[in-house]
Design a protein around this ligand. Structure first.
Ligand code: R5P
Length: 294
């Protein structure tokens, strides 16, 4: 046996074959630490570097909004179709089955309710607790142009510092408030500030004009927020345009969980995001969902 082993040794070490580096290809993420890349790879499907993140964190300032009255009944059945779930630690610990395997993007800021000034947020979760929950990322609202802009940016930069220690990425959510215009000029400003100050992922709204300049100017993956409920075809069209114009997927809430058929809708969004299905084809899938596994 010893003789055979020594004869094969050169073959097994393949000394003439150079090591094969496999760089991480998610936008702007090649130089991150292994743990952070690994967490991002749980959120962004490696085959497409895109994500269908289901946002259900609205209760942290809105209470039980329409479609989220019973997360156990309305959302848990959708987890199998989501690449990641954006939610709060209260919902995670009370309602999300640990065995679901769906990566958690943990809401980590909060404070004011819809009855108060929304930009007056603080960090609401320690990074240690995020690690305990096994969060794939933490999410923080950033109010560029808002009354408490600096405080919200400070929340984000503190989370980025702590996230670097733990290898947990930060998703910065650009909040537009009531008075700010969601045009490319504003969105370029807000998203770039978040990325420059260290957020590994940025979430923003879609704008019909020049959205490609928003994605191009943001050096990290940008995911599109859904916003108010639209007719399903309109929401699928918006998602299609966003990914065609450079978004790394969606972080969508009301347009999925307030749909007449949330499961069909998230599957249709998935076809747009991961298979580049055209809006009308995805809408047909929504109306007549294919059998499971096809
Ligand atoms: C808002 O503050 C939350 O981050 C929501 O998760 C976000 O707005 C996405 O939800 P929707 O698609 O309903 O806008």
């Amino acid at each position: 046996m010893a003789d055979n082993d020594s004869r094969n040794e050169g073959v097994r070490f393949a000394a003439s074959v150079p090591a094969r580096p496999q760089p991480y290809t998610l936008k702007g993420s090649a130089s991150l630490d292994w743990g952070m890349q690994s967490r991002l790879a749980r959120v962004f499907r490696p085959s497409t570097n895109r994500t269908v993140m289901l946002a259900i964190d609205h209760g942290y300032f809105q209470g039980p909004t329409t479609g989220l009255e019973r997360v156990d009944l309305q959302i848990v059945p959708l987890l199998r179709y989501a690449d990641a779930l954006m939610t709060t630690r209260g919902i995670v610990r009370s309602t999300i089955p640990p065995g679901s395997g769906t990566p958690i993007v943990l809401r980590a800021s909060g404070g004011p309710s819809i009855l108060r000034e929304l930009s007056y947020e603080r960090i609401a979760v320690s990074m240690e607790d995020a690690a305990r929950i096994n969060a794939a990322a933490v999410a923080v609202q950033v109010f560029i142009g808002g009354e408490f802009e600096t405080q919200s940016v400070r929340n984000m930069t503190r989370l980025v510092d702590e996230g670097q220690r733990y290898g947990i990425p930060v998703l910065a959510v650009t909040a537009v408030g009531k008075e700010l215009t969601r045009d490319a000029r504003y969105l370029r400003l807000a998203t770039r500030i978040c990325a420059e100050l260290g957020a590994q992922v940025v979430k923003t709204y879609y704008c019909a004009e020049d959205f490609d300049t928003v994605t191009a100017g943001c050096p990290v993956p940008l995911v599109m927020a859904g916003g108010k409920k639209l007719p399903e075809l309109d929401a699928l069209t918006m998602a299609y345009r966003a990914v065609e114009e450079g978004a790394a997927g969606v972080d969508m809430g009301r347009n999925i969980f307030q749909s007449t058929d949330p499961a069909a809708m998230i599957r249709a969004v998935g076809a747009v995001v991961h298979e580049s299905a055209k809006p009308q084809a995805a809408y047909s899938m929504f109306l007549r969902p294919p059998a499971e596994g096809t």
